[in-house]
Design a protein around this ligand. Structure first.
Ligand SMILES: Cc1ncc(COP(=O)(O)O)c(C=O)c1O
Length: 385
């Protein structure tokens, strides 16, 4: 276990910490009190596990504006969810439109399919903050455009894509959204934004545990699964059932994790998603304003006052970003992340490739005091360079 001395956690874009107590309590209760194999047996423990999963599905559907909870599929993270969608929807020679701000969970499968299936990629240019112009989308649509893939909120700069505007310009293509950084914080409504495939991860803004995530599939959209096997349904068949969501959920699921995810979502609904967004926005604004007063620090991303996520990327003259992260941790007990944040494309777009940036990402449970501490620490480090 790491040193338990006081620390300030500013790496919420990697995974949120701490989690609301209800998340851990729910998971502990589940592992102690019920067997965790849902939909397999007919005894009361298995039925209790099935109920946990069913209620979690209902909660997720409701949260993301999806009218039918059978269109919610649980996976082990957003990476798996995106892979199901990308491999399932892009056949040989298909055209895909994406942005220069995508995470490797999008770029790596796309680059693979470019080589193996002749998939054609168009990467939309971004402005220096990592923003894209929705009006660029129709200019790049082709008859063969199957998919538009958009990172809703950048994990590097915090830039926010205008999903409603993008959805209105998608033409005959399908819209896939990587909501890793936005789910639980920014409004996300499948129907209102015209989203066909919404991929989320459980362990960031949704306050769930690692190993949880999923996707929501628009009604009527059909694609093949990536994995096949036992689903607990149609067991007489040696072929994968077509039934939603079973066809995508082969193997015993992470029942405890999904229970924890549902508990996280319930907390968000009690606090209010907009309350969370406003609090994070206020902490981020304080951080940005303070950083703008430290000479030698360059911040990448939308300026204070603009709508943005809480991921704040910076560099400091005369200090490598890895040194910065190391000094913050060792000397000040402040946890941040340095490097490329699994998004080399984004760093190429904002010209910070290959060294990357130091990323500070406040979350709902941080305080203004935490922000003052990191600003003071950076000032001190800056003074010694
Ligand atoms: C924008 C974005 N997409 C995808 C991912 C991958 O998330 P996970 O590791 O939970 O699959 C992340 C995580 O950092 C992210 O920030």
């Amino acid at each position: 276990m790491p040193d338990p001395s006081p620390c300030i956690y500013l790496d919420n874009a990697a995974t949120s910490f701490p989690k609301p107590p209800e998340v851990g309590e729910t998971m502990l209760r589940m592992i102690r009190e019920i067997s965790l194999s849902p939909g397999r047996s007919a005894h009361r423990f298995s039925l209790a596990a099935s109920r946990v999963i069913f209620e979690a599905r209902e909660r997720v559907a409701d949260f993301f504006g999806c009218p039918d909870s059978s269109r919610v599929v649980f996976t082990s993270n957003v990476t798996e969810a995106l892979n199901v969608g990308i491999f399932g929807l892009l056949q040989t020679g298909a055209h895909v439109l994406t942005t220069g701000m995508e995470h490797n969970s999008v770029m790596r499968p796309l680059r693979y399919l470019e080589k193996t299936r002749g998939v054609i990629l168009t990467i939309l240019p971004t402005d220096p903050t990592g923003g894209i112009d929705p009006d660029d989308i129709p200019k790049h649509l082709k008859a063969k455009t199957r998919l538009i893939i958009i990172n809703h909120v950048s994990n590097v700069t915090g830039a926010v894509a205008d999903l409603a505007a993008i959805g209105a310009r998608k033409g005959g293509a399908l819209l896939m959204v990587d909501a890793a950084q936005s789910a639980g914080v920014f409004p996300l409504d499948m129907e209102a934004f015209g989203i066909d495939f919404l991929a989320f991860t459980g362990h960031k803004g949704l306050f769930g545990p690692t190993g949880t995530g999923g996707f929501l599939l628009r009604q009527g959209l059909v694609l093949p699964p990536l994995t096949m096997g036992g689903t607990g349904s149609n067991s007489e068949l040696e072929e994968q059932p077509q039934l939603m969501p079973d066809c995508f959920e082969s193997g015993t699921p992470n029942t405890v994790g999904i229970g924890g995810l549902a508990a996280g979502l319930e907390c968000i609904q009690k606090i209010g998603r907009e309350t969370i967004r406003l609090r994070e926005a206020s902490l981020t604004r304080t951080l940005l304003e303070g950083l703008s007063r430290i000479q030698g620090v360059t911040v990448y991303g939308p300026i204070p006052g603009e709508t943005r996520g809480s991921a704040v990327s910076l560099t400091m003259v005369g200090k490598s970003v890895t040194d910065l992260a190391f000094l913050l941790d060792r000397n000040f007990g402040i946890m941040a992340r340095a490097g490329l944040h699994c998004a080399p494309a984004a760093h190429r777009s904002i010209t910070t490739f290959p060294q990357g940036t130091l990323r500070l990402s406040p979350g709902f449970f941080n305080t203004e005091g935490d922000i003052r501490s990191v600003l003071a620490a950076l000032e001190q480090i800056n003074a010694t360079r």
